[in-house]
Structures are given as C-alpha cells and as structure tokens.
Design a protein around this ligand. Structure first.
Ligand code: NI
Length: 173
C-alpha cells in the first residue's frame, strides 16, 4: 500500500468525468488499497479516484473507521457505482479532502441504493441512510467531476473553518 497525494482546489482531475473500469486485476486492487490507505491517513471517511488524479470510477468509504487497528478496518470498495434508488432529503454540513478548510450545507437524498462492482468485478448492491447516504452521493459526484460546493443550499453557508471545527461538524470525504 502507498499513500497517494490528494489533489486539491482547482486541480483538473477534480473536474473531469472518470471512466468505467473494464479490466479487473492486480492494478485495480493496488489502486483500491492505496485509496483506502490514503483516506485513513487523511482522516477521511471516503475517497474517489479523481481525488488522487486517477480518472477511473473507483470509490472507497468507511464512515466508522476503527481508530485502533488498521488490520481491523473494513472499508467499502465501489467500482463503477451507480445510484439506482433514492428517497427523502437531508440537509447537512459537508467538507471535502480536496477543498481543505471549507464546509457547507448540502441537500442530499436521505436514503440511496447503489449498484456497483467489487474489486473482482462481481456486482452487488448497497443501501445507505444518513451519513452513509451522504458519503455515497458525495463520492459518486466526484466521479462525475462534481464537488459539494456545486450543490450548496446557499453560498452564504460556505464557511472557512479550522480543521478542528470541520472534524467536529462535517466529515471529510
Ligand atoms: Ni470530497
């Protein structure tokens, strides 16, 4: 595993649409491993491949990371994820590892069902509510070059905050 550099701000990779993964094998496994290590290292709860400059439809998520042991950590890997159902709405504060210091209130579906492939290409479905639903939508947006600041309820909500404040009120992804 290796920690990759997280692209930030105006980096072009954050604004491009990632391409579907068609070849499953060691290269994708290594990328997913690196993405997980990079996410944990940055204290994030989610990471999309665009954020490390790779334009492939890959996401890792862990909304409840085990703080004690990397070996006990269990993250979700999503290859070519697609939202196939959504219900309700929520308005919560979001932040992003690629936009350090910023947070804002974003409207998201309260529940989503996502269809994706695992690292070996097998299809599966995952459902999420609340924080997991928010994270799924935030990360899948990344794959389409969309950032949370594009979906703010109001620009007035966009806030520059210290890292401590963000850790308290809005998880980074
Ligand atoms: Ni993000």
């Amino acid at each position: 595993m290796a920690i990759r550099i997280i692209r930030k701000g105006e980096d072009q990779a954050l604004r491009q649409k990632a391409k579907p993964v068609t070849q499953f094998g060691p290269a994708i496994h290594k990328l997913l491993d690196d993405m997980a290590e990079t996410m944990y290292h940055a204290d994030g709860i989610g990471l999309a491949a665009n954020q490390i400059g790779i334009l492939k439809r890959l996401v890792v998520i862990d909304v409840a990371p085990n703080e004690d042991s990397f070996a006990k950590r269990a993250w979700i890997e999503l290859v070519n994820p697609e939202i196939i159902a959504r219900e309700g709405e929520q308005h919560e504060r979001e932040a992003c590892l690629s936009l350090p210091g910023l947070s804002g209130i974003v409207e998201r579906a309260a529940y989503v069902k996502v269809r994706a492939q695992d690292r070996n290409g097998e299809f599966f479905e995952i459902e999420g509510r609340d924080l997991l639903a928010r994270c799924l939508q935030h990360e899948i947006d990344h794959l389409d070059g969309i950032l949370f600041i594009d979906r703010l309820d109001s620009m007035d909500d966009l806030r520059e905050a210290s890292e401590d404040e963000i850790a308290e009120e809005a998880a980074l992804s």
